[in-house]
Ligand binder design. Structure first.
Ligand code: ATP
Length: 361
């Protein structure tokens, strides 16, 4: 297991980059703590796989260094880095049995045969495929093959880190949940440094202690699921995390008030020195809908468009001053026909040029 440091990592697939737009990764400094469970989360094309391949050694970065426990690994192959990597699609040997596939990484490293038997038996049990131990991998379903791939990544105890690139894409939804839970318990049991690439927030938030949110080759925020929910550092993080994501409104700040079209939103702090594009964000969970008579001066007219039942909650969709707003209410909440919205001032966040600002004391 190792602490992994990224020192000024940038990467361009263009051999002659001339501008920022030519870089798949812009400038990334980060330290992955020994034994941490991390998710790399972001939309398609933001650079997750590129970053993972730089960490594993499949790709050499255009700029910067990769250190494992302070040793420079930038130019070393994946084998020399002693990592395990699990890819989106199964990487297994069809002509070998399931047990032989699981044993392969251990045989390769000369592990004692009694130890191999023990670990393979453990892994077969963990992945609930013991009944298939002696079957050839050929002819197994995609799910089963991917389980074996995961097992091959997890069977070694001595790796510096285990890297996963969207490993559950081909797995059916029920099994996805099971395997994710399994990965989490294996992490707790063995304490490997794990880095898990996904564009699915549920996967990221349930697997990881810390989530690294990326956009267009930059890391926007690294935080626990709670930090990303409570204090998104960038409007994209607010929007991307949550279902539906944070509501974002353009406007102007004057002291402790935010002017949104013709209405004023109360803030819990003053914001004196704001320049550039100013926005506020509030999550759908922190807006209350009430009638005009109960709303008081804080109430903003909410133009109701639809109400969607999603089990124990309802998503109320509409707009305020023409800006799309989603509100989450408990399923038994009565939504007035002509609702007024009240924002909880403690939960309103202020953004300048898309980045969170903390406000005056
Ligand atoms: P996805 O979730 O779709 O896998 P990602 O976040 O993993 O996306 P990357 O695959 O790292 O994103 O791609 C980042 C950027 O680099 C994209 O613009 C992609 O088109 C580009 N890119 C990736 N691999 C190559 C390559 N071999 N040659 C040229 N451009 C590439």
């Amino acid at each position: 297991m190792a602490q992994i440091t990224l020192d000024g990592i940038a990467h361009s697939f263009n051999p002659y980059p001339t501008s920022d737009a030519d870089y798949a990764l812009k400038n990334i400094d980060y330290q992955w703590e020994d034994g941490g469970a991390y998710a790399l989360l972001g939309p398609s094309g933001c650079g997750k796989t590129t970053l993972l391949n730089i960490i594993s050694g499949l790709l050499t970065p255009s700029n910067g260094r990769v250190l494992y426990d302070n040793n420079d690994m930038t130019l070393l192959t994946p084998e020399r880095r002693n990592i395990a990597q699990v890819f989106q699609f199964p990487v297994i040997y069809d002509t070998m049995t399931v047990a032989e596939n699981l044993a392969f990484p251990l045989v390769n490293r000369g592990v004692d045969s009694s130890e191999i038997d023990k670990r393979v038996a453990d892994m077969l049990q963990t992945l609930e495929i013991a009944d298939k131990a002696n079957r050839r991998a050929q002819g197994l379903t995609a799910d089963e093959k991917q389980k074996i791939s995961l097992g091959r990544g997890l069977v070694r105890y001595d790796v510096s880190a285990i890297l996963f690139d969207e490993p559950l894409t081909v797995i059916d939804p029920h099994m996805k949940w099971q395997l994710r839970t399994k990965l989490k318990s294996l992490h707790e049991q063995f304490g490997h440094t794990m880095i898990y690439v996904t564009h699915d927030q549920t996967e990221a938030l349930t697997f990881a202690d810390k989530v690294v949110v990326m956009l267009e080759g930059d890391v926007l925020q690294v935080g626990t699921p709670e930090e990303l929910f409570d204090n998104p550092a960038h409007t994209f993080v607010g929007y991307f995390i949550g279902s539906p994501g944070m509501n974002i409104f353009p406007g102007t700040v004057a002291g402790k008030t935010f002017r949104l079209g013709s209405v004023d939103v109360q803030l819990n702090k003053g914001y004196s020195q704001l320049t550039g594009k100013t926005e506020i964000g509030i999550r759908p969970e922190f807006i209350t809908l009430t009638s005009e008579s109960k709303a008081g001066p804080q109430g903003m007219k909410f133009n109701l468009e639809s109400i969607e039942d999603v089990g124990r909650q309802k998503i109320v969709r509409g707009n305020i001053e023409g800006i799309v707003v989603n509100v989450i209410v408990e399923e038994d909440t009565e939504v007035p026909r002509e609702p007024y919205a009240i924002f909880d001032p403690e939960r309103v966040r202020v953004y300048q040029d898309s980045f969170l600002v903390s406000g005056d004391r």
